[in-house]
Write a protein that binds this ligand. Structure first.
Ligand code: GLN
Length: 564
């Protein structure tokens, strides 16, 4: 028997949290012992979001196999155990690319290539492709595939995707497919009422293209009364118990519990005729209890260039929260625009009072001087520091310039003519030519030095982390930098690529509590139920710093929630 499909569509407006709904449903089904995987279909024409501006798209999430994907895949991996790959994110551009390649090759044997059936067949093939194996390569059977269709019903671009899932229902039958529509039931202050009309219109639109939703997830700020549910059910042709209140909650990690309280998982199982063990949500309840009852807090300054749009650093923000959760601490994030540190005369004021400083990834020269200032400030004032990708590269530049007598040290990304290219395009020199450029993408192994901050954090010496960058540390400068107290504590097993730098505790900068830069993106692998080792260690150092600065008492030991 093949897997069951849950198709998630959205109506009325965008940003209703379809991705979180999909992830939460995944978590609920896993809690019943089912094996799930998730897919995202994006109706736009870019082949992937890799070339899109963070302001347009938010974060580009990277999978182990090096796919540059939609940030919803980050939620899917954080909420479930699904291992995702390039087969789990399809854009219209990627579907068309594959069709046009086939057409040029003559695969269509002289036929006219059309949206129906060729585009829809390609989409259905993508839906089937993830049924039998996970990206880890084992031939595991998946019980349920949750496919989220991006965009809003009514968009021209979404039509082929909706048509494909309509056909899937026809082919597989109602016991194997489920349509969940996420919609909005707004509360209108002036009349003090919840309004169902937008939902009615959205479902009408969906039914007009042949899809009758089975379940409506109604995003709303107040609980839906029996009357409202009955009204929605009647006008939308959905049974009343298929109308679910998806109320606003304080934290995204409460969503699975809120949906379970509405009996959503039961209803899904009934409709898909799945028999499972009873649900075990204890770990989620514990997590939410810890979120709501922190024993203290830390404030982390994130000095980046896309800080106005927090979605640009989605996984980073979550990983910092997870690092806090590991110690029962609430993580407050102070988003600091790096260019602001360049222009404001009294810029140190913006960094005062932070418990730690983080410089995240990014591309291009804008804002680099501000990042270098923040790093120097963290180094000199012995404030815990984590540099990720661009942040690690900047830490190396700062160190070379201010401690090694190389004031013009730079990355060739910012100054191609620098006499001291401490960061450069190593892969270009190595002649590594890859489709789509010389970006180092996806999971790479890394070996850690015993006794390093990194090895302490991970508790092991062999790790694998995800990458997305073009530039690398230039090992010709290793000796100079080491002599001045930087240490290189992680590298690929072939020793070609430097992956981690730290301040040596016994070097000229001894006494710095925690200063680490990594070339990879640890934030992509952090989960609320399994905080990433580097974020756990970083937040611990931040909290120590906070206590040293007299800003916080020692936390009481964390007590687990009474398992309710
Ligand atoms: N711009 C840098 C590079 O390409 C860093 C990239 C990043 O931070 N993701 O190497």
């Amino acid at each position: 028997m093949g897997p069951k499909y849950i198709f998630i569509t959205g109506g009325v407006v965008s940003s209703l949290g379809k991705g979180l709904a999909a992830s939460s449903i995944g978590a609920l089904l896993e809690s019943r012992g089912l094996k799930v995987t998730l897919q995202k279909y994006d109706p736009y024409l870019n082949v992937d979001p890799g070339t899109m501006s963070p302001y347009q798209h938010g974060e580009v999430y990277v999978t182990d196999d090096g796919a540059e994907t939609d940030l919803d895949l980050g939620h899917y991996e954080r909420f479930t155990h699904a291992r995702l790959s390039r087969d789990h994110n399809w854009t219209a551009g990627k579907i068309y690319e594959s069709i046009i390649t086939k057409e040029r090759r003559g695969d269509y044997l002289g036929k006219t290539v059309q949206v129906v059936p060729h585009v829809t067949d390609e989409i259905k093939a993508a839906l089937r492709k993830v049924a039998h194996s996970t990206s880890s390569g084992q031939a595991d059977e998946v019980d349920v595939i949750i496919a989220e269709i991006g965009g809003t019903v009514g968009d021209i671009e979404s039509l082929p995707f909706l048509e494909a899932i309509r056909q899937m229902r026809l082919e597989l039958g109602p016991e194997n497919t489920l349509f969940i529509h996420v919609t909005l039931v707004p509360f209108i202050e002036t009349v003090g009422e919840l309004k169902t009309k937008p939902t009615q219109h959205s479902v009408k639109e969906l039914r007009g293209i042949g899809i009758q939703p089975d379940i409506l997830l109604c995003r709303t700020s107040r609980p839906l009364t029996h009357e409202i549910k009955a009204k929605i059910a009647m006008f939308c042709n959905v049974s009343e118990d298929g109308v679910i209140t998806a109320r606003d909650v304080g934290s995204i990690y409460e969503v699975p519990l809120a949906l379970a309280d509405e009996g959503l998982d039961e209803k899904i199982l009934q409709r898909l005729r799945l028999e499972t063990q009873t649900t075990d949500l204890k770990h989620w309840r514990d997590l939410v209890h810890r979120l709501k009852n922190p024993a203290g807090s830390v404030t982390i300054g994130v000095v980046g260039k896309y800080v106005q749009l927090h979605d640009s650093y989605k996984s980073l923000g979550e990983a910092l929260v997870h690092g806090g959760l590991a110690h029962n601490l609430r993580t407050e994030i102070a988003w600091i625009e790096s260019e602001g540190l360049e222009t404001e005369p009294n810029w140190p004021r913006q960094l005062a009072g932070l418990d730690a400083i983080l410089v995240p990834g990014g591309f291009g020269k804008r804002g680099i001087a501000g990042m270098l200032r923040a790093i120097r400030y963290a180094r000199e004032n012995k404030i815990p520091f984590l540099g990720i990708c661009l942040g690690m590269q900047c830490a190396v530049i700062e160190f070379a310039r201010n401690l090694c007598g190389l004031p013009e040290a730079d990355s060739t990304e910012f100054n191609p003519a620098t006499p001291h290219r401490v960061i450069y395009k190593l892969r270009e020199l190595l002649g590594v030519e890859e489709l789509g450029g010389t970006m180092r993408l996806g999971a790479w192994p890394c070996r850690l030095h015993p006794g390093s901050l990194a090895a302490q954090a991970y508790g092991t010496q062999e790790i694998s982390e995800r990458h997305r960058h073009r530039y690398e540390f230039n090992r010709e400068y290793e000796e100079t930098l080491t002599a001045h107290g930087l240490r290189f504590t992680g590298a690929t097993p072939d020793e070609i690529y430097v992956e981690i730098v730290e301040l040596a505790p016994a070097g000229p900068h001894s006494g710095h509590p925690w200063f680490l830069g990594c070339q990879f993106h640890p934030e992509f692998k952090s989960k609320p139920l399994a905080p990433h080792p580097l974020f756990r260690a970083f937040i611990a150092a931040a909290y120590q710093h906070r206590k040293r600065a007299g800003r916080e008492a020692v936390p009481v030991a964390f007590k687990t929630a009474s398992s309710s």
